[in-house]
Design a binder for this molecule. Sequence first.
Ligand code: HEM
Length: 405
Amino acid sequence: MTEETTTTFTGQAPPPVRDWPVPDLDGTVFDPVLAELMREGPLTRIRLPYGEGWAWLATRHEDVRLITNDPRFGRAGVTTRQVTRTAPHFEPRRGSLAWADPPDHDRLRKPVAGAFTVAAMKRMRPRARRMLDALVDGVVADGPPADLVERVLEPFPVAVVSEVMGVPAADREQVHAWTRQILSTSGGAEAAERGLDGWIRDTVRARAAGTGDDVYSLLGAAVARGEIGEEEAVGLAGPLQTGGEAVTHICGQLLYLLLTRPELMERALDAERRVPLLDELLRHIPHRSGVGPARIALEDVDLHGVRIAEGDPVYVSYLAANRDPDVFPDPDRIDPDREPNPHLAFGNGPHFCTGAVLARLQTELLVDTLLRRLPGLRLAVPAEEVRWRRRTMIRGPQALPCRWD
Ligand code: HEM
C-alpha cells in the first residue's frame, strides 16, 4: 500500500507516517510517542511494530466517539489484511465479537449479553465477595509481607470470570494458563489459543442441553437452537475468558497509584466518596500498550480537512481520548472531583466492553476489601523497585509486595 494510490486529500498535505515502536513502559507513565502524536494533530498516521503499511490514528475524544460509532468504519475488513498492528500474533476467527460489524455483531452478542447485565452482576456480587474474602483470609493468616498481585489480583478476576463463564473448578488453572499466554506478546499464543479453543468447543458441546445462566450453558443452548454456529461460540467465549484478565493488571496499576500517592489513598479510604475516584483512576490509567483492533473505512470520510479513503485502516486511542484537554481540563492531573467525567476507558459504540459492569464490580470490591481488611496497607519495597510487565498488551505491575499493620 502506498499513500499516493490509496489516499486523496481535501487540500491539505497528508501528515507524515510516524513509527510507533510501542516500548515497554514502567509505572503508570503515559506513552511519550502517543503524547507526541496527540500534539501533532487530531489525525496522524502511524506504523506499528507488526503487520504492513500504515494506518490513521485518531486521538481526540470527539473523533474517537465518532469513529467508534459510525457504520462507515468496520472491523470485519481487518481480518483479511495484514494491517499495521501492536501485537505479533493475529488470528481473527468467526464469531469473535471484536471483529464483527452490526448487524452480525448484535446477533453474536445477544446470547451472552444476559450474563453481563447490571442485574446479573448484582446477583454475582455476594458470590464474588465471598471468593475475595476467602483469598484475603489466606493473606491475613500468613501475615505480611505478601505480593498482592499473586495472592489476590490474579486469582480473584480469574475466579469471578470462571464463575460467570461456568468453568469447572478442576479446569480453572489450565484455562488461566492459556489466557495468560494469549495476552502476552512474548510468543506461544497460537498454541495457547488452540488449547483454549479445543477446551471451549468440548465445553459448549457438553452443555447443548444446558439451562444454566453461565456463559457456556447460554452458548451451548444458542448453538443447539441454531442461533450461532459452534465456531462462533468458540470465537465468542475466548475473548470473554481473556478479557477478565484485564482486571488484574488495571487494578494493579490502580493500587500502585493509591500506594504511592498518599492523597489518593486518603480519598480511597473514604468509602462514601470512593466511586468518583475509581472512575477518575480508570480515565487516567494507561491500560494498554499501543492501540487495540483497527477499523477499515468503508467509504471516503472527510475529517479535519483530511480525506480518509475507502479501504484505509483507522485506529482510535481511548487512552488519548481520555486525556483530551477540551473534555478533561488539566488532563494529566488526577482529580477525583472531576465532573462530568465521560471517559472512554471501556470503549464506545457497538464494541463497548462486554465486561464493563463486571470490571467495575470487581474493582470496587477489591479496593474496598483490601483497604478494610489490610489496615495501613503500604508497599514493602521502594516504589522504584516495583517491576512492570514486559512485552504485553495490557500494562500492570508484575508484583506488588505489601505490608500492613
Ligand atoms: C472490549 C476495556 C474488563 C470483555 C473492551 C474494549 C475496551 C475494554 C477499551 C474495546 C472497545 C473497542 O474495541 O472499541 C476494559 C477494561 C477492563 C475490561 C478497562 C477492566 C477494568 C473486561 C472484562 C471482560 C471484558 C472483565 C469480560 C469478562 C471484553 C470483550 C470485549 C471488550 C468481550 C470485546 C467487545 C466487542 O468487541 O464487542 N474492553 N475491559 N473486558 N472487553 Fe473489556
